[in-house]
Design a protein around this ligand. Structure first.
Ligand SMILES: Cc1cc2nc3c(=O)[nH]c(=O)nc-3n(C[C@H](O)[C@H](O)[C@H](O)COP(=O)(O)OP(=O)(O)OC[C@H]3O[C@@H](n4cnc5c(N)ncnc54)[C@H](O)[C@@H]3O)c2cc1C
Length: 387
């Protein structure tokens, strides 16, 4: 009898796990269970799909570096027609005068880990990006290469299509529970009453992962938090426009003929957003736009085209992903909780899931720091650069 793997959730995390399992030689059955095969509300489809190497946690930098290489080689991997619209214009992260020493130290650490991050003075920022006001800016850190953005939907379509071509089955269904015997999940239960027997189960249900782990009586502080994205035009053309993170909390990048941007809501008005996909228009009018126009005066005249809201799968312990084997349920492997940086880290996470199942542990990149142990022990691996 061939081994059976059931993957819960068929967006970017689930699909990369399935594809890497096949690429690394798993010949048994892989069933990806997805409750909405239109992917309308999944985080992947609603993401800003940017990639950065500017992180405070070395393992995140290494996951990004793997993706950068993967994205640059996308045609080699998926064939000559593969195109994810990968643009490497860099992240420019602005800080006030009080953050200069910390930002310089952060950039030095990132360079030490292999990232191409440089620190820019206000004059250097004004020279490179003359449309940005440097009022109140003390420093900018900038990914000279290896940072930018891409099209998440195209990436999902490519990896999902490639997984299917390798015999991975995508099943329409909602996982509602699990039959556990001893220290193993025996069957994954679906809402229609069917059960899928499994030798391994992979938890890749994004923002719903915490609620599903609760059905196993296991803690996982991952829940949906709403993030709005505003798509707009403005009288500004700049070929080198970066992914800009301002010290005010706003972010903005170029998208097609215009721009997209957003800002996190204040922590005290960021509740569990289950079922809520209504863009936060007041945040746009009252906070985002004024802050944007202060930083980039040409944005005073922006024209909003559309807006949408998606869910960050926030890991409340430390805003970092949870990847690897569960400590008590020995055939359960997690790949979730990336808190807003999961599209960029999905290739490395998927490869790590495949290595865990096929080789008994991480082989290429050690993802142990992202393990479930920190959930069990309540020992965070805090990520200092969170948006
Ligand atoms: C506005 C916004 C901007 C973002 N910007 C970035 C960015 O710039 N860069 C970046 O890297 N990341 C970004 N992210 C985060 C990124 O989108 C997520 O980290 C990533 O998509 C998570 O992938 P996932 O596969 O775990 O989750 P999802 O894409 O949400 O997929 C989970 C899937 O599981 C399915 N599912 C859930 N429950 C069940 C069930 N019970 N049974 C069956 N199926 C189920 C869902 O239908 C869904 O398709 C952003 C997110 C948002 C919302």
């Amino acid at each position: 009898m061939s081994e059976k793997i059931v993957i819960v959730g068929g967006a970017i995390m689930g699909s990369f796990a399935a594809w890497f399992l096949r690429r690394q030689g798993f010949a048994g059955d892989i069933t990806v269970v997805e409750k909405d095969l239109t992917y309308r509300f999944c985080s992947t489809a609603l993401s800003a799909a940017a990639i950065r190497t500017q992180f405070g946690t070395p393992v995140n930098i290494h996951m990004s570096l793997f993706s950068v290489d993967f994205f640059r080689r996308i045609k080699q991997v998926f064939g000559p027609a593969a195109d994810i619209g990968y643009v490497e214009n860099g992240y420019l992260i602005l800080g006030g005068p009080d953050t200069v020493a910390d930002s310089r130290a952060g950039a030095a650490m990132q360079r030490g880990e292999g990232a191409d991050v440089i620190a820019l003075t206000p004059d250097e920022i004004a020279h490179r990006f003359p449309y940005i006001s440097t009022e109140g800016v003390g420093i900018g850190t900038f990914g000279a290469t290896g940072e930018g953005w891409f099209d998440a939907w195209s990436l999902l379509s490519l990896v999902r299509g490639a997984a299917r071509d390798l015999g991975v089955r995508y099943l329409s269904g909602e996982v509602t529970g699990f039959d556990v015997a001893g220290d193993r999940i025996r069957t994954v239960r679906l809402a229609d009453g069917h059960g899928l027997p499994c030798d391994w189960c992979v938890m890749a249900a994004g923002a719903a992962s915490g609620a599903l782990m609760a059905k196993l009586d296991q803690p996982l502080p991952v829940s949906p938090r709403k993030r709005s994205v505003f798509s707009f035009r403005a009288p500004l053309k700049a070929a080198n426009f970066p992914m800009l993170f301002d010290s005010s909390g706003i972010w903005i990048r170029a998208e097609g003929e215009g721009f997209i941007g957003g800002i996190q809501p204040p922590a005290d008005s960021d509740p569990d957003a289950t079922g809520d996909f209504e863009p936060h228009h007041a945040l746009m009018q009252e906070v985002f736009w004024p802050a944007l126009a202060t930083r980039i005066p040409a944005m005073e005249e922006l024209r909003l085209d559309r807006a949408w809201a998606g869910h960050y799968e926030v890991n409340a312990l430390d805003h970092n992903g949870v990847v690897g084997r569960h400590d008590e349920i020995t055939n359960l492997v997690l790949s979730t909780g990336f808190s807003g940086h999961g599209v960029m880290h999905a290739p490395a996470a998927g490869r790590g899931v495949a290595e865990t199942i096929l080789h008994g542990g991480f082989v290429s990149l050690d993802l142990t720091p992202l393990g479930y142990h920190r959930i069990r022990l309540g020992t965070p691996l805090p990520e200092s650069i969170v948006y």
